[in-house]
Design a protein around this ligand. Structure first.
Ligand code: A3P
Length: 318
């Protein structure tokens, strides 16, 4: 039976005391749990998620390092899977933010509640997490559910995250400089970091179990979204029929979920996510290579060296 939240909290308070710690960009503490840096409340939520989540074979788990294209993947997976349930012109995406249609397991559902009611979710359940592969609950690892990961160039991911947090500076968030933050990420210290460990964990899993884990790249999706939409549909067991292809359904889904479309929808321009983030903060620029506007070539070179070393032999590059 599930321990009450209070009890788990005491146990985790004790656990936190023994974990390595570092300062985050905003001066709060990060703790290294199972090799991954995180805020205390997300360590708590991760443990709760690990202990209590029961995967179903039909589940679709969308995974990512924060600011790597999660919102886009949520929109795409939801729309592809539910296309026979909702005609595209009446897609729930038009009136509901992607983060509400596909909640985060640790960030939303297990943060304050050890037994969120997930039974009422329509099947297949589409759920998301930023937890690294190695920290996924056994129930996910041992079931036949599907996992999709989206990876992004770490320099663009960094700038995206940096700009995201800079948007909250007015709320007394004292961030270190971009140079200091960059120094920290080169040492692997950032929420859910090191980023290379995160990416590699899912990359290796996708190589070993290609029928269970699909590895996507933000940059590839920008380059050829139709191909990626088709791959995603095939992987999720709902390939497009010839008729659908002829009718242009792949193009329509790509367009519905595009940055330009989602950003301009009223629902995404206004309102807040339950974590307090404004919905519009999830749609900034949506481009590849924006890091060039913020980082010097020598900073980029430094990260490229780190990545070259860390990803060497994996067959993966950015
Ligand atoms: P930028 O800050 O570079 O613009 P996440 O969804 O994981 O939080 O990642 C956010 C990043 O994805 C932001 O990047 C955001 O603009 C971009 N994004 C959001 N929706 C998108 C879409 N439909 N297509 C492409 N990029 C999108």
């Amino acid at each position: 039976a599930a321990a009450p939240v209070e009890e788990l909290s005491n146990e985790i308070q004790e656990l936190l005391l023994n974990l390595p710690t570092e300062k985050n960009w905003d001066g709060t503490s990060l703790y290294q749990y199972q090799g991954c840096w995180n805020r205390s409340q997300y360590v708590f939520a991760t443990i709760s998620f690990q202990r209590h989540f029961q995967a179903k074979e039909s589940d679709i788990i969308l995974t990512s390092f924060p600011k790597s294209g999660t919102t886009w993947l949520k929109a795409l997976a939801f729309t592809i899977v539910n296309r026979s349930r909702y005609p595209l012109e009446n897609s729930p995406l038009i009136t509901t933010p992607p983060h509400q249609l596909v909640p985060f397991l640790e960030v939303d559902l297990y943060l304050k509640n050890q037994s969120p009611n997930l039974e009422d979710f329509p099947n297949p359940r589409i759920l998301a997490t930023h937890v690294p592969y190695a920290s996924l609950p056994n129930s996910i690892l041992n079931s036949d559910c599907h996992i999709v990961y989206v990876a992004r160039n770490p320099l663009d991911q960094f700038i995206s995250h940096w700009k995201f947090l800079s948007g909250f500076q007015d709320q007394n968030m004292n961030l270190v400089s971009v140079v200091e933050a960059f120094e920290m990420i080169c040492n692997g210290v950032q929420s859910y970091g090191p980023i290379w460990e995160h990416i590699l964990g899912y990359w290796k899993a996708s190589q070993e179990q290609p029928e269970k884990v699909l590895f996507l790249k933000y940059e590839d999706m920008k380059e050829d979204i139709k191909l990626n939409v088709k791959n995603l549909a095939n992987f999720l067991g709902c390939p497009f029929t010839e008729d659908e292809e002829r009718q242009g359904v792949v193009e329509e889904i790509s367009k519905l979920c595009s940055f330009d479309n989602l950003k301009t929808l009223e629902v995404n321009k206004n309102g807040k996510h339950r974590t307090g983030f404004r919905n519009d903060t999830f749609f900034r620029k949506g481009t590849v290579g924006d890091w060039r506007n913020y980082l010097t070539p020598s900073m980029a070179e430094r990260m490229e060296k780190v990545l070259e070393e860390k990803l060497s032999g994996s067959g993966l590059s950015f």
